[in-house]
Design a protein. Structure first.
Length: 198
């Protein structure tokens, strides 16, 4: 998941497929591979990857827990399925479909029980906020980024998203406060942040 989070697409595409008998590991490998292929413009190849995730989701028992967490494996696989579907929709420039899938993923993530580490590896609201903003829905994007910051204070990606929204709306005073928070929260080069990669 770390490679997906930091967009190490080439590293993901070099990984060998896990044993097919390791159903969940195999499904997550296909999820990561689909994300990498879509992000690198190999959409035709990427189209085959969601099928494995869907098959794993449908064949998983409803009461199976995910990686010794209090959450259900089916919920995690459904988030993976929705996030991957959104990535593919974005690559096809089908923004409304991508937003709908990300909303579904956020709703499932909100229903998850607390786990340490979290059962899903990043706040999906980051992606939803970015998708809304890039679709011109800046007011909705602002709300989503603010919701994430309530749940995940000082999340640098949501701070960055909020900053971009505020700047686009000409709210420079508010943007200044968010910029200061972001500079404290994000220790790397701010140039590495880009809403197109959320």
């Amino acid at each position: 998941f770390r490679s997906v989070r930091f967009h190490r697409w080439d590293d993901i595409l070099k990984l060998h497929e896990p044993d097919v008998n390791l159903k969940i590991a195999n499904a997550m490998w296909h999820f990561a591979r689909g994300m990498a292929l879509a992000a690198t413009g190999k959409l035709t190849e990427a189209e085959a990857e969601p099928e494995v995730v869907t098959e794993a989701l449908e064949s998983t028992a409803p009461d199976q827990v995910f990686a010794m967490s209090p959450n259900k494996t089916r919920d995690i696989l459904k988030i993976a399925s929705d996030v991957l579907a959104a990535k593919l929709s974005t690559a096809r420039n089908e923004r409304s479909q991508a937003i709908a899938k990300l909303r579904d993923a956020v709703a499932i993530q909100d229903s998850l029980k607390y786990a340490e580490p979290p059962s899903w590896f990043y706040p999906v609201r980051e992606s939803l906020g970015a998708a809304l903003f890039l679709d011109g829905q800046s007011s909705e994007a602002e709300q989503v980024f603010r919701e994430d910051l309530q749940r995940n204070p000082r999340n640098p990606r949501s701070l960055f998203g909020l900053l971009e929204v505020l700047r686009s709306r000409g709210r420079s005073h508010d943007a200044g406060f968010v910029q200061a928070e972001l500079e404290v929260a994000w220790k790397s080069d701010l140039g590495l942040l880009n809403l197109h990669n959320f």
